[in-house]
Design a protein around this ligand. Structure first.
Ligand code: NDP
Ligand code: 1BO
Length: 317
């Protein structure tokens, strides 16, 4: 469960303790499709930013971090996550990819480095992939390289995203350092209870991505009648209810916004709670469905190796 602490300015924030013993702030700023990732204001309020080489914004995120540090924030109080993209999922590419990420972010270590998706793609792979674009993935070899990064203090924690229980069990069968964090799509429209339980059982902290239902073709949870009803009752915004729901489920979460007022809104979730009855009501939203099912990235219906999204998710949904 989240632990409450006070910032030097007397603001209440909540954190989760990872397997490694390190603390992770419960809410971070997402940066996928972000138009203002250099926003130091966001860095000052969140203290936790989630980015990835694939998002193409690491240089801007780095500028924001630098400005926040210049404004007096201690690097040690920031939590910076990035991710290893699918084209770099071979052992000899792990370290150069991390060094490139550190260079773009102007940092000498990351707090958390994640495998972005457990599928290796050929450089220049198409969307959807052509025959030969999805390659074999040496999970053990890649994880050993990730473990070396921890031992060399280049990253404090390592973890995974978009894993299934099958892939998690495979990883745990050889991991010398267990993943501290598993980042998965989770919101009231896709609770993914099975994966949350599997992670809890192994002491792995879960970060819920797309907590608001994501963007563009995502799921409009902001206007879901149940979410709106709870928000109205608690005098909070739908966005705040969705972020708070994630925290009360024991997950950290990383909402993204391009708007200052929403960024501010999404972090003001620490001095109130969703009553149990309303929390449970939010857990009953029907039509459970992923937004990010991986189809565009990994499915080739005729040439495989993944011919359907069910293949991508090991037929566990
Ligand atoms: P979110 O669920 O965070 O939703 C973002 C959308 O919600 C945007 O359209 C945003 O619009 C809108 N929004 C934000 N705040 C509010 C608010 N208070 N009220 C109403 N609307 C709001 O989507 P993401 O898919 O971006 O997920 C969050 C982060 O998770 C990503 O940015 C990324 O860092 C991470 N992620 C990781 C993945 C992985 O594979 N590991 C996959 C997907 C996401 P606007 O910007 O206009 O405010
Ligand atoms: C293509 C990247 C999905 C968001 O993390």
């Amino acid at each position: 469960m989240a632990q409450a602490t006070l910032t030097p300015h007397g603001e209440k924030v909540e954190t989760f303790r990872l397997l490694s013993g390190h603390l992770m702030p419960a809410v971070g700023l997402g940066t996928w499709k972000s138009e203002s990732p250099e926003n130091p204001l966001a860095m000052l309020s969140f203290r936790h930013v989630d980015t990835a080489a694939q998002y193409g914004v690491q240089k801007e995120v780095g500028t924001g971090i630098k400005e926040a540090i210049h404004a007096g924030i201690d690097r040690k109080t920031l939590f910076v996550t990035s991710k290893l993209w699918c084209t770099e999922l071979s052992p000899e590419r792990v370290r150069p990819a991390l060094l490139n990420t550190l260079g773009e972010l102007q940092l000498d270590y990351l707090d958390l480095y994640l495998i972005h998706w457990p599928f290796r793609l050929r450089d220049g792979a198409s969307r959807p992939p052509k025959a030969g674009d999805v390659l074999d993935f040496d999970m053990e070899g890649v994880w050993k390289e990730m473990e070396k990064l921890v031992k060399e203090n280049l990253v404090r924690d390592i973890g995974i995203c978009n894993f299934t229980m099958k892939k998690l069990n495979k990883l745990l069968s050889f991991a010398e350092i267990k993943p501290s964090v598993c980042q998965m799509e989770m919101h009231p429209g896709w609770r993914n209870d099975k994966m949350l339980e599997a992670c809890k059982k192994n002491g792995i902290h879960v970060t819920a991505y797309s907590p608001l239902g994501s963007q563009d073709q995502g799921r409009d949870l902001i206007h879901d009648p149940m979410v709106e009803r709870v928000a109205m009752k608690l005098n909070k915004s739908p966005g705040q209810v969705l972020v708070r729901w994630a925290i009360q489920r024991g997950t950290s979460t990383i909402p993204k916004s391009n708007h200052h007022e929403r960024i501010r809104e999404n972090i003001h979730v620490f001095d109130w709670e969703i009553p149990e009855r309303d929390f449970q009501a939010l857990c009953t939203i029907s039509d459970q469905k992923r937004v990010l099912d991986g189809e565009e990235l990994f499915v080739n219906k005729t040439d495989g190796p993944f011919r359907s999204t069910a293949d991508v998710w090991d037929h566990e949904d």
